[in-house]
Design a protein around this ligand. Structure first.
Ligand code: ATP
Ligand code: MG
Length: 347
């Protein structure tokens, strides 16, 4: 970034429930890690359940225009039991993902020292799932006929385009190339889902020619769920479609320290639109307002945000601070704020 003026213009969406609590810690750490000469500007947006109840709005065209001006977005969590299921997911999260073309959903899984895993021993876990974000069965294509009758038929069409598959596969190859092990695994179900499977497998094989240093591998999604539990060390980078990625990343989070430490990025690699970084967990209404939420996932999302914007050293420092702090994990009495303070001191 030499020669560029150093500033970050960040949109902050605390959202609902513990989103408010964890985002405050993410910002605390971001402020602490950035060098003096980097100007951090933040603007807070009130999307989520309260805004929906007050105005009936989830995300308007004007909101999108305002958000577009930022370099990146930090999100806590959106969702509340008082809002009918699906309204905020489709009206906010999916809408934003499609509007800003967040086609790379990045979810790293790293089992850090001192973090409990349900797996036996302390396996080496350090992989990244690159999940396609804008296609597959999540595009709303399909329908129902003879609704409500015993003869109801529902279809949910999985959309896979050569363009969409190729850009996410290429992104995954580039990420694998940049990692020490340089290994990329395609996860699909190409023996049964033959049309989409053919497209994914063909594109994967074709793009592989551009990355001769990357070792490639293919696993059916059902087998992948077994290996994620029995041999997670075999994975380096995984690329997969929207639905499989949704499912295996929850499993990946469960084996690598749980929902409290799982970070994610919804990325537009071209930077045409701002990318959004958020913890994998939701608004956790059951513990909201009790200072019990673990802000680690949000802080690790801040590290992804920093790396996306080219602040690699700062991203590394945030991740190292988290690793170092996790030694003190036995202490479950620490509040959300105390963990945030400890991380801000360490960076
Ligand atoms: P969503 O539909 O938004 O994914 P959810 O109800 O499926 O929401 P979460 O909100 O992620 O899931 O909560 C799942 C469980 O994990 C809850 O019991 C919650 O208390 C717990 N949990 C989630 N995030 C955290 C966190 N940061 N720290 C501690 N516990 C958490
Ligand atoms: Mg959930």
């Amino acid at each position: 970034r030499a020669g560029m003026s150093r500033s970050i213009n960040l949109a902050v969406i605390p959202g609902d429930g513990i989103g408010q609590e964890v985002v405050a810690q993410g910002l605390k750490v971001l402020n602490a890690v950035l060098p003096q000469d980097v100007k951090l500007e933040t603007k807070e947006y009130d999307f989520g359940a309260r805004r929906y109840h007050a105005t009936g709005e989830t995300l308007t065209e004007a909101d999108l225009a305002a958000l577009k001006k930022h370099d990146a977005i930090l999100l806590g969590a959106i969702g509340d039991p008082s809002v009918p299921s699906g309204v905020l997911e489709r009206g906010f999260l999916l809408k934003l993902r499609f509007a800003f073309d967040h086609h790379v959903n990045l979810r790293p899984s790293r089992l850090l020292p001192g973090v409990a895993t349900p797996l036996a021993g302390q396996p080496e876990i350090d992989f990244v799932v690159v999940r396609e974000g804008t296609e597959g069965p999540y595009t709303g294509n399909g329908g129902t006929i003879r609704k409500g009758t015993p003869h109801e038929v529902a279809t949910e069409v999985s959309v896979n385009t050569a363009f969409g598959v190729e850009r996410v596969v290429r992104d995954a190859f580039a990420r694998a190339q940049a990692r020490p092990r340089k290994k990329l695994t395609l996860v699909h179900k190409n023996n049964v889902l033959a049309y989409a499977g053919h497209l994914w497998t063909n594109v994967f094989t074709k793009v592989a020619e551009e990355f001769p240093e990357v070792t490639t591998d293919y696993i059916h999604v059902d087998a992948a769920t077994i290996y994620l539990v029995t041999d997670p060390g075999r994975f380096d980078v995984i690329v997969t479609d929207n639905l499989f990625g949704d499912i295996i990343t929850d499993l990946a989070a469960a084996v690598s320290g749980g929902i409290g430490v799982a970070a994610s990025g919804n990325i537009n690699p071209s930077r045409e639109f701002p990318s959004m970084f958020e913890p994998v967990h939701g608004s956790a209404p059951d513990i909201a307002g009790q200072a019990k939420a673990d802000p680690t996932a949000t802080v690790l999302s801040v590290a992804l945000l920093l790396r996306h914007l080219g602040y690699d050293n700062e991203a590394n420092r945030v991740e190292e601070a988290v690793s170092a702090d996790l030694g003190g994990r036995g202490d479950t009495s620490r509040t959300t704020d105390e963990i945030g303070d400890a991380l801000a001191v360490r960076v």
